[in-house]
Design a protein around this ligand. Structure first.
Ligand SMILES: [Zn+2]
Ligand SMILES: [Zn+2]
Length: 75
């Protein structure tokens, strides 16, 4: 049983040929929530604060509401 060596990258990380799933990392802009919560004054609040006290909810445009983004920093 030898290791399966990829002809494309020879074991280098971030290879599209042998890593089928792209690397997803938590979106730091919304802290993985997918949405941004803030008061009408523009102060950042948490999701809990939003549901208890109200406020403004806005879909995160960085991750498009997914809460995670494809990590393409290997390029
Ligand atoms: Zn590879
Ligand atoms: Zn986000």
């Amino acid at each position: 049983m030898g290791g399966v060596m990829c002809d494309v990258c020879h074991g280098h990380s971030g290879c599209p040929a042998c890593s089928k799933e792209p690397d997803y990392v938590k979106c730091l802009d919304c802290d993985g929530e997918g949405y941004l919560f803030y008061t009408e004054e523009g102060d950042d609040i948490t999701r809990d604060d939003f549901y208890s006290s109200g406020g403004i909810i806005e879909k995160c445009t960085i991750c498009d509401g997914e809460g995670e983004i494809i990590d393409d920093r290997f390029e």
